[in-house]
Design a protein around this ligand. Structure first.
Ligand SMILES: Cc1cc2nc3c(=O)[nH]c(=O)nc-3n(C[C@H](O)[C@H](O)[C@H](O)COP(=O)(O)O)c2cc1C
Length: 205
């Protein structure tokens, strides 16, 4: 078992927050995980707060043709080796902002990469949405959903801070294990070739 302070080789770790809120509990949770990942030597850890970026609504085009902020965000996700993805629960699922990010990504953007999942909700009653909403999304991208997600509710935050020690511990563990996964599991350890999903415009022959 690698410990903080041990080298795990170069890993680009990206924490994505899909919350639209200005004062975001999800962003705090994602930052906590990113700080932990950044404690490993040779891990460069960064936060992508989708609220700060003007990501264009997906219009079905080839992802290679997006420009500007959308291009920058796509490129940061593609460059990452390991990720945590956080979202508030909105109507029992992830936010539209996060969905749109996944809609503009190329199909192979996350292939073989470990993804740690973080969700926040008003209460705990949407905990299982991690399993039936977020994990299928990770599965579509042929990425690894690292077992053991973190779910925090409103009582775990106070005055702009994450105040629950157990959630902090869970976030630290999740981040550490996502880093470990990236360091130990080769990106090409995938069971089968992915299905070809041909793009076809309405007017194509
Ligand atoms: C539009 C909207 C829908 C929400 N739907 C749910 C929900 O279905 N289940 C839940 O537990 N909390 C729900 N909430 C509460 C948020 O998920 C919760 O407060 C979350 O921690 C907010 O995260 P943020 O501070 O990062 O925005 C909803 C909040 C909003 C604004």
């Amino acid at each position: 078992m690698t410990r903080r302070g041990d080298s795990v080789g170069p890993v680009k770790f990206l924490g994505i927050s899909g919350s639209p809120s200005e004062a975001s509990k999800t962003l705090i949770a994602v930052r906590t995980a990113v700080e932990q990942a950044g404690a490993y030597p040779e891990v460069s850890a960064d936060v992508l707060n989708l609220r700060d970026h003007d990501v264009q609504f997906s219009d079905g085009r080839d992802p290679a043709t997006y420009t500007g902020d959308t291009r920058d965000v796509i490129d940061r996700v593609v460059a990452a080796d390991a990720l945590v993805v956080g979202t508030p629960m909105y109507r029992g699922g992830y936010t539209g902002r996060l969905k749109n990010l996944f809609d503009v990504l190329p199909n192979d953007a996350l292939e073989g990469k470990p993804v740690g999942l973080i969700a926040t909700g008003g209460t705990d009653h949407h905990f299982l949405a991690i399993e039936h909403e977020l994990k299928p999304l990770v599965g579509f991208f042929r990425a690894y959903a690292v077992p053991g997600a973190v779910y925090a509710n409103n009582t775990h935050f106070s005055a702009g801070e994450l105040v629950d020690d157990d959630i902090r511990r869970q976030l630290r563990r999740l981040a550490a294990n996502v880093v470990e996964f990236a360091a130990r599991v080769p990106r090409d350890l995938i069971g089968t070739d992915g299905p070809e999903i041909p793009r076809k415009a309405l007017n194509d022959a």
